[in-house]
Design a protein. Structure first.
Lengths: 321, 336
């Protein structure tokens, strides 16, 4: 295995919970001791239900949130404690793609102006060089050059999305964090966008962190997948392994909850009760134990760590087999 | 059919906009039998929500134009019934509604108990019970007992305490359970559930679908379940209607629907589901603008099988029991 392109070590992000008088009454542990490494050229899926901390993870990596504790190693440098102006030169290689990248276009700017802007901020290329780069990227996302002089409202939503992607790619990033890139899309459009992600990855040698709650999509496009529950990675491994033999009871329930057309109906078989507890008030020991069908007294006492007991797969459970 | 609970016949609805009239429903027909769970699937913008709202009579009054058609329910055409009668006798009483986003459906400044009490004040089935006539207090007490019983039925823990809480104090899944209870409390004959699980996580979605299906079966309530998620439709529906750009294109029992999709659009929609076998297949092109839609079958610009005849809208054709399709070039061969 080559050196990881991005490595996260015991990353923690706590948000203070304040009462009416702005007094801190507790911590919301959005990320609690998260560690993983991303290899160059791989697509790592990060899945979990809402509130599990997957978006916080993406934003903390980007420096949108400052980490409470832990290290983020990118290009042999710990970028977690850097001030925004110090991390700027790293951040052009680490890009963040919002749910709908098209929505972040300025409605009063032409597509050309929007695409030039990141290059003006981050590079000292001349106008002609910038224009050449912009045209190259625009072709890569499958848009005609005539679109450069249009305004966002003149093109369709799908095309806006492509422009948003182009804007991220003009800086030639090495890692792109995709935050729920397909939620809110219809299935027929979703396939087209996913194909675009895959072709761009090949063309530009990108590494993706694919944050999503849609397991069927993750299964198709990710090389490895990390499952998060209440701020912690409970299982991580190769996608095929995790989907074929989920080890953690939470992963098992999550996979069991996806409707399978033609298969047994989930409404007849699904057994998981309850909803996740509040992240401000976590249960002792294993945080899944309040809903876990396998919970034992040990689970309340000891917080399980990730165990690498299986080939290319790790799970944080005392009783996983 | 006489036995149908509700029949929508050739419904046309347009919305006025700055750019012109958007023809959102273009002659939609469908009927629901008593006790049936009917899926209404299609992509965003296909008119699912407009159809649901037209049935309930809650289309936005200043922009929506009903241009024709009928909604037959209980022997009358709901489109011609006066608004007051509709509000008093039908909406929330005979036809209830479960919204997509349970977090915006509650009023944040009143407790859940107050809001349910208000619902029961107007829509309680006990209002029809002559033994409570003139005795509002006894009715309220009987209603409260029923409310608590229903909150237990939708598996909400500690119902009495819950009634004193505010909507923000309960989770999204619990709010959706409350919505289901509130929709079913007036004992309606039809519940319109508009994407009830879209805002929820998969594990909660599985719980809610299970609950909704169980209660509807038990009480023999018909459900019109709109969704863009074919997996969710597979889970709970008896029959499925597919809509595309304001036209219904195919209607089939659930097994037929997934095994023998006969309309090219249905086929492509099923193929575009991400799966390990088929990989990623989208539908080329985009949905048409509803202000100047293509004539005839609105799928024809994106359809490989389209010919000149597709400029005219095909009539529904029966291809099996309960299975009808509107296509001039329907599929006849199916993968095993």
């Amino acid at each position: 295995m080559s050196a990881p392109i991005l490595e996260v070590q015991s990353l923690r992000k706590y948000f203070p919970v304040r009462n009416l008088w702005k007094r801190r009454v507790g911590w919301l542990r959005a990320l609690d001791d998260v560690s993983f490494a991303v290899q160059p050229g791989e697509i790592l899926g990060i899945v979990g239900e809402s509130g599990c901390g997957k978006s916080t993870l993406g934003k903390t990596l980007m420096g949108i949130h400052t980490a409470t504790q832990g290290r983020i190693l990118f290009q042999d440098q710990d970028i977690a404690p850097l001030k925004p102006h110090q991390s700027r030169k790293f951040r052009q290689h680490l890009q963040y793609c919002y749910q709908d990248p098209g929505a972040s276009l300025d409605p009063r700017w032409t597509i050309r102006a929007s695409l030039h802007e990141p290059l003006i901020v981050h590079t000292d290329l001349g106008e002609a060089e910038r224009e050449a780069r912009v045209r190259e990227i625009l072709a890569a996302v499958g848009l005609p050059e005539t679109h450069l002089d249009l305004y966002p409202h003149e093109i369709s939503g799908g095309q806006q999305r492509r422009v948003g992607l182009a804007r991220i790619l003009t800086l030639k990033p090495s890692v792109v964090i995709l935050d729920e890139p397909t939620s809110g899309l219809d299935v027929s459009v979703q396939a087209t966008i996913l194909k675009l992600f895959l072709s761009l990855q090949e063309q530009f040698g990108l590494t993706y962190l694919f944050v999503s709650h849609d397991l069927s999509v993750v299964r198709l496009i990710c090389d490895r997948v990390a499952v998060m529950y209440l701020g912690r990675i409970v299982e991580i491994g190769e996608t095929a392994q995790v989907f074929a033999t989920p080890r953690h009871p939470y992963t098992q329930s999550l996979l069991a909850a996806i409707p399978k057309i033609g298969g047994a109906r989930v409404t007849d078989t699904f057994a998981l009760e309850g909803e996740p507890p509040s992240p401000t008030n976590l249960p002792s020991g294993c945080r899944f134990r309040t809903r876990c069908p396998k919970a034992q007294p040990l689970c309340a006492e000891k917080d399980p760590a990730l165990r690498a007991d299986w080939p290319r797969q790790e799970a944080a459970c005392h009783f996983a087999e | 059919m006489e036995s149908d609970l509700i029949t929508v016949r050739d419904l046309r609805v347009a919305f006025a906009s700055d750019a012109g009239l958007a023809k959102v429903l273009d002659g939609v027909s469908c009927s629901i039998r008593p006790g049936e769970i009917r899926g209404l699937v299609g992509e965003s913008g296909c008119g699912k929500t407009t159809l649901a709202r037209a049935i309930l009579g809650i289309l936005p009054q200043n922009s929506a134009r009903i241009q024709g058609g009928q909604v037959l329910f209980g022997g009358r055409d709901l489109l011609t019934v006066a608004e007051g009668t509709l509000a008093r006798e039908v909406r929330g009483r005979e036809i209830a509604y479960i919204p997509q986003d349970p977090s915006t459906a509650f009023n944040p400044v009143f407790t859940i108990g107050t809001q349910i009490a208000d619902l029961m004040h107007w829509k309680s089935p006990l209002l029809r019970d002559p033994s409570f006539k003139g005795n509002a207090r006894a009715r309220r007490e009987a209603d409260l007992a029923r409310v608590v019983e229903w909150l237990r039925l939708v598996q909400l823990p500690n119902p009495e305490a819950l009634l004193r809480k505010y909507p923000h104090e309960v989770s999204g899944g619990q709010r959706q359970r409350l919505m289901i209870a509130m929709a079913l409390l007036p004992e309606p004959k039809l519940v319109i559930a508009d994407e009830p699980t879209t805002a929820l996580d998969v594990t909660v979605q599985a719980q809610i679908l299970k609950l909704l299906k169980g209660l509807a079966r038990e009480r023999n309530v018909a459900v019109l379940f709109t969704t863009h998620d074919l997996g969710a439709a597979y889970e709970i529906c008896d029959r499925i209607t597919v809509m595309y750009a304001g036209q219904e294109v195919e209607e089939a029992p659930v097994a037929e629907f997934f095994n023998r999709p006969s309309h090219p659009y249905t086929r492509k929609l099923l193929d575009s589901l991400p799966s390990a076998e088929t990989g990623l297949r989208g539908i080329p092109g985009e949905i048409p603008r509803l202000i100047d839609p293509p004539p005839g079958c609105r799928f024809n610009p994106r359809c490989e099988r389209a010919t000149a005849i597709c400029q005219q809208r095909p009539a529904p054709e029966q291809v099996g029991p309960g299975h009808s399709v509107r296509c001039h070039h329907r599929l006849t061969e199916f993968a095993a």
